[in-house]
Design a protein around this ligand. Structure first.
Ligand code: GLP
Length: 290
């Protein structure tokens, strides 16, 4: 097995001041931002992009997120499957991440989430569904195998992302190297606090580690969409679009991607500056280019 660089990040980033300055890169690609009037419209816009990708290439490879944000997207894709015959049978699915230490049938595991919210309701082919194994004996080997599994099918066509309040994508917390591949990570304190709501509010129950696709793995996607809703994400979105490209805000790396679209509700977009290129293609939606 070729060795894959492993970055083990500690989550206690309060004392960042004392750490050496992270790399900052200036400049980048233009970023498309779709601002939808509400969560439902946001979810439908994202679902259209996913469906278009499948129609364009039936055996497309997807990276998929968990969390509260994509629930509406998955519901709309289920509807499209049932009412419009959207066919998932040849599609490859790769989850962005999974907690280390949770069995697949644990209700807070990402395995459970993905099957419960999405896979059980569409015609995915089970052996084309990939989620890191949280109970793998050797998480590093599991992560390296996962990275190779993505490469073997030709890489990700469409990476679908959510975003943490601290700008994490997947579980790539602040200070993650942009060159990182799939590997075991430590969750940031802020992420543990935010995700406690999926563990009946019990911070202690949230696993401290996870296996996550790396920033490089995500950036190698041919196309990326990132979904965010709610004011609690608005500052992370501001930093993603207008901030410097820095490892302190992992999502800022998306400024360097040649085909990245943010799909937001109004609340998540509320801190964005007006775009000189903004236009209004349809009711309830505005597309801006930065
Ligand atoms: C989690 C996941 C991310 C997700 C993010 C936002 O920790 N690892 O993939 O995008 O946090 O979650 P939510 O949509 O619930 O705000």
């Amino acid at each position: 097995m070729p060795s894959i660089p492993t970055v083990m990040e500690r989550g206690d980033y309060e004392d960042y001041e004392s750490l050496p300055k992270p790399r900052t890169i200036k400049g980048g690609e233009s970023m498309r931002v779709i601002v939808a009037d509400d969560y439902e419209i946001m979810s439908k816009e994202a679902a259209k992009i996913v469906a278009d990708q499948i129609r364009k290439r039936r055996d497309s490879v997807f990276a998929l997120p968990t969390g509260g944000t994509p629930v509406g997207l998955y519901a709309e894709l289920i509807r499209m499957h049932k009412e419009e015959g959207l066919d998932f049978s040849r599609v490859f699915m790769f989850n962005l991440d999974e907690y280390i230490g949770l069995p697949e049938d644990h209700e807070s595991s990402y395995h459970f989430y993905m099957y419960d919210k999405f896979f059980n309701h569409v015609n995915v082919t089970r052996d084309k569904v990939h989620i890191p194994h949280g109970l793998a004996e050797d998480p590093e080997e599991e992560a390296a195998d996962y990275e190779w599994a993505i490469k073997r099918v030709g890489g990700i066509d469409l990476g679908v992302l959510g975003i943490g309040r601290n700008g994490h994508i997947g579980f790539n917390e602040p200070k993650t190297e942009f060159g990182s591949s799939t590997r075991p990570i430590y969750l940031a304190k802020r992420t543990i606090e935010a995700n406690a709501r999926f563990f009946e509010g019990d911070h202690e129950a949230v696993p401290r580690r996870a296996i996550s696709m790396g920033i490089r793995t995500i950036m190698n996607s041919r196309k990326i969409i990132l979904l965010a809703n709610g004011t609690e994400k608005s500052h992370a979105i501001y930093q993603t679009v207008h901030g410097p490209v820095t490892e302190m805000v992992p999502s800022s790396v998306l400024q360097l991607h040649p085909d990245c679209t943010l799909i937001l509700d109004k609340d998540a977009a509320c801190e964005l500056e007006p775009s000189p290129n903004g236009f209004v293609p349809g009711r309830g939606i505005r597309t801006m280019v930065y």
